[in-house]
Design a protein around this ligand. Structure first.
Ligand code: CA
Length: 392
């Protein structure tokens, strides 16, 4: 240490203009950095970076079970659930693994909603009309006789307030529903006797679920609820005289053309048929927001993808049924459709008078259908008219 400099000497500062300007510039820079940092903190979801868990490897893993109402890997319905589980596993880099269990593996085909509600599984894939005994308005989210087609139904759910009504309806059961695929228009079904008028419905034992079953019963038929996997045997042994299932693709896979004589269209009872992913509320709340978003996006992808798959595969299967199996599909008489519709509208009025949820959702559903109809008539309908007229 030089002898002429004492250790306690204060540092000398030369306050010339250059030093002052440099200090001001430094303060401005630090202030800017502080504001930027605050803004970034505000935009970062808390769940995406929990304190002390900065590395991806430290993020929690989730193992979920999904019970479904169909045989595992059943064409269309079953592959949608496998796709859903795969999308979520890939998007989450394995943080959310969903194991799919087919009908009967964990719970019966028609017990999926109850299992999700009770929390014995985290989620399920099923159809809302299977639980109409518990929730009379639930069938609006599967199939409505003489109701909306798949384009209109998805428009209502995503942009017309339908999904909010659905969520409210399931809220008391601790279940969050997501649209989970739609088969599009179905076939009226397979019948072992010719159907010419409402008189031919009398005494007919038919597997026909949902509100359509109620309508069918009011015309003197006997509506029976049977899971899809038992339809072939039930038709073969005469337990039922008729059954609807889905359409050419799924019907052919079940071999229904081997046990049913007459194949009728249109599927007045399932103008579109939507399925649902049900998620247990507590399980949902346990997930970070990024995994919740992956479930939402995967469900929407599967929902729209299923319709595309059904349209593609129904076309091929219908051709094969006609050309290889000798099936001649026939259209139900318009007068019979008129009778069925009249009874359906009466049924809706009766249910609305009995159940406030049914009344609220029915009103919203009919209003949306009426609003959309004019546009559909001038767009989709005309395409088929000009194809027929021009021989396309
Ligand atoms: Ca069906």
């Amino acid at each position: 240490m030089p002898p002429n400099t004492a250790p306690s000497d204060p540092p000398r500062f030369d306050w010339n203009p250059i030093v002052i300007l440099s200090l001001v510039a430094l303060l401005v820079l630090l202030g800017g950095l502080y504001v930027t940092e605050r803004a970034q903190q505000k935009n970062t979801p808390i769940a995406a970076s929990p304190p002390g868990q900065s590395a991806p490897a430290a993020q929690p893993q989730y193992q979920w079970r999904m019970a479904v109402s169909w045989p595992k890997n059943f064409p269309g319905l079953g592959t949608a659930t496998e796709n859903f589980a795969r999308y979520v596993a890939e998007m989450s880099n394995g943080r959310l693994q969903i194991q799919v269990y087919g009908a009967g593996e964990l719970v019966p085909a028609l017990g999926v909603f109850d299992a999700v509600s009770a929390g014995s599984v985290e989620m399920g894939h099923t159809a809302a009309y299977y639980h109409k005994g518990k929730i009379p308005a639930a069938p609006f989210f599967t199939a409505v006789p003489f109701g909306m087609n798949v384009l209109e139904q998805n428009a209502w759910l995503y942009y017309g307030g339908g999904l909010e009504l659905w969520r409210d309806l399931y809220e008391p059961f601790g279940v969050i529903p997501f649209p989970g695929g739609n088969t599009g228009m179905q076939m009226a079904g397979w019948f072992n006797r010719e159907i010419r008028s409402a008189a031919d419905i009398k005494g007919l034992k038919m597997r026909i679920p949902g509100m359509a079953g109620e309508v069918f019963s009011r015309l003197g038929g006997s509506a029976i609820a049977i899971p899809g996997s038992e339809l072939y045997t039930a038709m073969q042994t005469g337990v039922i005289d008729a059954t609807e299932w889905v359409g050419p693709y799924n019907d052919r896979a079940f071999g229904l053309h081997e046990v049913g004589k007459h194949y009728y269209y249109p599927g007045w009872h399932e103008v579109s048929a939507g399925l649902e992913f049900d998620v247990n509320r507590a399980a949902w709340d346990s997930l970070p927001t990024d995994l919740q978003a992956m479930i939402r996006v995967a469900a929407q992808a599967v929902n729209l993808d299923m319709t595309a798959e059904y349209i593609a595969r129904n076309g091929v299967a219908l051709r094969d049924l006609i050309e290889q199996e000798g099936i001649q599909p026939a259209q139900l008489p318009m007068e019979l459709l008129g009778d069925l519709r009249r009874v359906a509208l009466q049924y809706y009025a009766d249910q609305a008078a009995r159940d406030p949820d049914f009344a609220r959702i029915y009103t919203a559903y009919r209003r949306f259908q009426a609003e959309t109809h004019q546009w559909m008539r001038m767009s989709e309908q005309v395409v088929f008219e000009y194809r027929e007229a021009l021989g396309d």
